[in-house]
Design a protein around this ligand. Structure first.
Ligand SMILES: [Zn+2]
Ligand SMILES: [Zn+2]
Length: 489
């Protein structure tokens, strides 16, 4: 096989390199280090000449396009420069204060001017909310599990009005969150984050996955993204090619690849981890969870993004929020898509020794405070990942240290956890079960997206733990729980 070129870098971003940490080619993108072919889409496009690993290739520009989409969505309706030619475009006033001047008022709403292009814009949601009382009722009913139809009947509105209100509420929530997120990120001395993803609508098989990253201790959720774009059309090839653009869309011709579910009953942590490796290896591309779908129904409008593109963009977005000089600890569930994307995006942090990256898994009712007597080291999966496991009675915990310079199993077994992020996602799916699974919404994930932002605001700012403390309070960002009324003001 002749050696070809790697996909072109995009504005200095090159994510294609060997992802085996112990390999001499780790993090290096010189073409001669790899065998690259794209004549046969069924064979690996790139093989490392040192270690034989074959990380899937990515189109770097498409990762940046996806990041731009996520940013825009995350900042939807937040005050930010709107000039598409400007470098400040979509960077919000709340997170990038230094880029803007306050520039008078429009009615009771704050106006800003961009320092780079001088264009002005208004903070739409800074004024009083005259519909607050009505929206409080609407939200109350939604959180109580009433269907859209029932809510519309109780409030005598039509569905269009319902969704308009949801969009408005989501915008106010994003604004509150942006201020709070910035307060946390700018004042923290280090970050300890936990990521996790699940199918957004578990009963729909529509290929949309919901990734969330939050503070591992308090459970404050920093950001969440879904690989679905309501505004775009899925163009490009049915087979993924990192050498063509666009590369990031799942096309409408895509068919489910798996012929059976690999799920089985497991009785130990080791079985559970082993089972997960088998699930991963059953995928055509180990870094794409869509390979495990036995059915696939394309959403009725919009575009599904290939999950790895959203995952890479998600971590680019997270890293952008973290201050470079502060140490980052990142906990992940056992999954090579998250591993590869976090590892690749954190390459400068791995080189500067400002990161710890780990898989964490638990079995049974594990309690981080119980004593750890014995730690077993087990090499598992095709990758021979090095897991450290411990067990007491019926509960067990395992960690797999992926990158960093503090490989101390006992320390991490006591500390690492992704439970808060898992709890957040499970709670949403429980609370909004009716909403998510309404028959007419199964192939319309778009309607759920603003509700995710509302839920994130409620979860971070209003929801109180057993001690009556919110996640934002636990992080020292506020000194009291926010009421729904305050959230909507
Ligand atoms: Zn290698
Ligand atoms: Zn500008």
């Amino acid at each position: 096989m002749a050696s070809g070129n790697l996909p072109k870098d995009a504005h200095g971003l090159q994510l294609n390199f060997c992802k085996t940490l112990a390999c001499d080619n780790f993090g290096l993108s010189d073409a001669h280090r790899y065998v690259v072919q794209h004549a046969n889409p069924k064979r690996p496009a790139m093989v490392c000449r040192e270690c034989g690993a074959f990380p899937p290739l990515l189109n770097n520009q498409d990762v940046l396009d996806e990041l731009q989409r996520l940013r825009q969505f995350h900042n939807e309706e937040l005050p930010a420069c709107r000039n598409s030619q400007c470098q400040n475009k979509a960077l919000s006033v709340h997170t990038h204060k230094h880029l803007y001047h306050a520039f008078g008022y429009s009615g009771d709403r704050q106006r800003y001017r961009c320092k780079s292009c001088q264009s002005t814009f208004v903070d739409k949601w800074s004024g009083a909310n005259h519909k607050r009382h009505f929206q409080e009722n609407l939200l109350g009913l939604l959180f109580m599990g009433y269907s859209v139809r029932e809510i519309c009947r109780k409030l005598t509105i039509n569905p269009k009005t319902f969704y308009d209100h949801i969009e408005h509420i989501a915008s106010r929530c994003r604004r509150k969150l942006a201020m709070m997120d910035a307060r946390w990120m700018n004042h923290a001395e280090h970050y300890e984050l936990a990521s996790h993803y699940v199918a957004l609508q578990p009963k729909s098989n529509n290929g949309t996955y919901w990734t969330a990253t939050g503070d591992a201790k308090s459970g404050y959720i920093l950001c969440q993204h879904v690989n679905y774009s309501g505004q775009e059309e899925p163009t490009g090839d049915c087979d993924h090619s990192a050498f063509q653009s666009p590369a990031r869309f799942v096309t409408r011709e895509h068919r489910a690849e798996a012929n059976r579910s690999t799920a089985a009953h497991v009785t130990t942590l080791r079985d559970k981890i082993d089972q997960q490796y088998q699930t991963i290896l059953a995928r055509g591309n180990v870094e794409d969870p869509m390979g495990n779908l036995t059915y696939f129904n394309y959403p009725s409008k919009g575009a599904v993004i290939r999950p790895p593109y959203t995952s890479y963009a998600h971590f680019l977005h997270v890293l952008d929020l973290c201050k470079n000089e502060c140490h980052l600890t990142l906990y992940l569930p056992q999954d090579p898509m998250l591993r590869s994307s976090a590892l690749s995006v954190c390459l400068p942090r791995i080189q500067n020794k400002t990161i710890d990256l780990l898989y964490v898994d638990e079995f049974g009712d594990w309690d981080n405070d119980q004593p750890i007597d014995k730690i077993d080291i087990v090499h598992m999966g095709w990758w021979r990942d090095r897991w450290a496991m411990t067990q007491t009675n019926q509960a067990a915990k395992g960690i797999c240290y992926l990158a960093g310079h503090q490989n101390k199993p006992k320390y991490w077994l006591r500390r690492a956890s992704i439970n808060k992020t898992i709890f957040y996602q499970q709670r949403f799916q429980l609370l909004f079960d009716g909403f998510i699974n309404e028959p007419r919404r199964k192939l319309r994930p778009g309607g759920i997206l603003p509700v995710l932002d509302i839920f994130r605001a409620w979860h971070n700012l209003c929801y109180q733990d057993k001690l009556g403390i919110t996640a934002a309070q636990n992080l020292g960002l506020t000194n009291h729980p926010m009421t729904l009324q305050e959230l909507l003001s």
